[in-house]
Design a protein around this ligand. Structure first.
Ligand code: CUA
Length: 475
């Protein structure tokens, strides 16, 4: 302590970096590093005294047992990759695993050897083994080895960063090469498909600017094609993570990030991987079969950056489809949803404006609530319906054709991949009736008051029922 006092006298408190560093060493300074470190040391020491060796052993075994619950092939596994980006990320991860495992075994081996060979025995009168502090050969050797291992990791890491950032120049991914549907501007034929991913608290908008449609929470992408994603956020930072295909890139307010994703290999890389050469009809058929059986699927994604109350309930999905299915999907999104009972929208609104009572039946009642008392159309858009133009909430076009609602939180996808309509009805009902319970903090009005579109009178159960029935017709 005399030393500290000496320094203190020589160096009166000043607001400079040397002074700050000096403070870290003063035992009585509020910034004292030494005091803090010793406090932490004694706390940990006292804690560990409380646990007997036996208890620690049991706890360690239990912890090991928990590892047995880890399954590498779940629907959000980064080990079961289905695309080049996720695959590159997995390769890089495995490389670091092998390098660190090598270090672990090497260092652990030497350590274990020393602990066993030089441990103290009863009545041990052997002299201390020779001490090798400061051996220049060992020190330089260790520094050199660390640098070498870091380079071994750094080179592929940088390659990986570039690979996952720049969308590959793949002629087969150009819209003109595979998109057979309508509404594609000529100047877009040379570009890959672009999807604008926009994060909201707590849901996702997916815009397809080249094709003029917008959907929410369930994106649809073509199999085997590189897709360019533009990532934006309207509120706080979110993160796009579709584990088996690609991830993670943040969505940051005031800035557009980008990444590319691809479900399955391109024709060319599939051929290279499987040792095929040339281009025959058989090869193309086999490639299509590969896409059909291994890649066409329904993938699970999740926001991977803490973004508030319902961050854990900000999920999303990606349906990977064939080129034809994709074109059909775009067409049906463009057409949107029609008015009930085969009426056209002009007709329906003429009746609604003149005398809404003439629009009868549960579906019409549901739609009247949607447009009127429940204020749904204030925040939600339904393609086709000329007065449902809200943009604050998710686009509801073909909502009933999706497999989940509430950003993936309420699911109605049956095991065979179809839609369980009973479950769907229950989910709609639950969401409208208690959105604040399903997704705490969300902006939609709550049936019991609150939210941005607070209703003067809460909806009755019968009204929630009719609204749910109407929503089930959106497909
Ligand atoms: Cu959005 Cu977490």
């Amino acid at each position: 302590m005399a030393l500290f006092d000496h320094i203190r006298r020589r160096n009166p408190c000043q607001s400079s970096l040397p002074s700050l560093i000096h403070h870290l060493w003063l035992p009585n300074s509020p910034f004292s590093l030494t005091a803090h470190l010793s406090k932490i040391y004694y706390t940990v020491k006292n804690l560990s005294h409380g646990i007997s060796r036996f208890t620690s052993l049991v706890l360690s075994l239990l912890a090991l047992g928990l590892l047995g619950g880890c399954d590498l092939n779940t629907r959000m596994s980064t080990f079961d990759t289905k695309g080049p980006v996720a695959e590159a990320q997995l390769d890089l991860f495995m490389l670091t695993v092998w390098v660190t495992l090598f270090i672990f075994i090497l260092v652990g081996g030497v350590y274990l050897y020393a602990v066993i060979k030089f441990r103290e025995r009863p009545n041990d009168d052997r002299p201390l083994p020779s001490q090798g502090h400061g051996n220049p050969l060992i020190e330089i050797g260790l520094i050199g080895a660390s640098v070498l291992l870091l380079v071994v990791i750094a080179v592929p890491t940088l390659q990986g960063i570039w690979f996952t950032h720049d969308i590959p120049e793949d002629p087969a991914s150009k819209l003109g090469a595979w998109y057979s549907g309508e509404g594609l501007a000529e100047e877009e034929a040379e570009n890959p498909l672009v999807i604008r991913v926009i994060g909201y608290q707590w849901w996702w908008a997916f815009e397809y600017p080249q094709l003029g449609i917008t959907t929410a929470n369930e994106m649809v992408i073509p199999a085997g094609k590189a897709v360019h994603l533009e990532l934006r956020s309207v509120d706080v930072i979110h993160s796009f993570w579709l584990p088996r295909i690609a991830g993670k890139v943040d969505l940051i307010p005031g800035r557009a990030n980008s990444m590319w994703i691809q479900a399955g290999d391109s024709y060319e890389s599939w051929k290279t991987k499987n040792g095929h050469e040339g281009d025959t009809v058989e090869l193309q058929t086999t490639y299509q079969e590969y896409l059909e059986t291994e890649i066409h699927d329904y993938y699970y994604g999740q926001c991977a950056e803490y973004c508030g109350d319902s961050h854990a309930r900000m999920l999303f999905r990606a349906s990977v489809k064939s080129d034809e299915e994709f074109a059909d999907w775009i067409a049906s999104e463009k057409t949107g949803n029609s008015a009930p009972e085969g009426m056209d929208w002009t007709e329906w609104y003429a009746a609604y404006d003149s005398n809404p009572d003439q629009l009868t039946g549960d579906i019409n009642e549901g739609l009247k609530l949607f447009m009127g008392r429940a204020k749904c159309a204030t925040c939600h858009q339904v393609q086709g319906n000329p007065r449902a133009l809200g943009v604050a909430g998710p686009n509801l076009t073909n909502l009933a054709a999706r497999y989940s609602i509430a950003a993936g939180w309420l699911n109605h996808r049956a095991e065979d991949g179809s839609i369980d309509t009973e479950q769907q009805y229950e989910n709609f009902f639950k969401w409208i009736n208690e959105t604040d319970v399903v997704k705490p903090g969300n902006l939609m009005w709550r049936a019991n008051g609150g939210g941005i579109g607070e209703l003067p009178e809460p909806l009755t159960e019968d009204e929630v029922h009719k609204l749910s029935l109407y929503l089930q017709t959106l497909q």
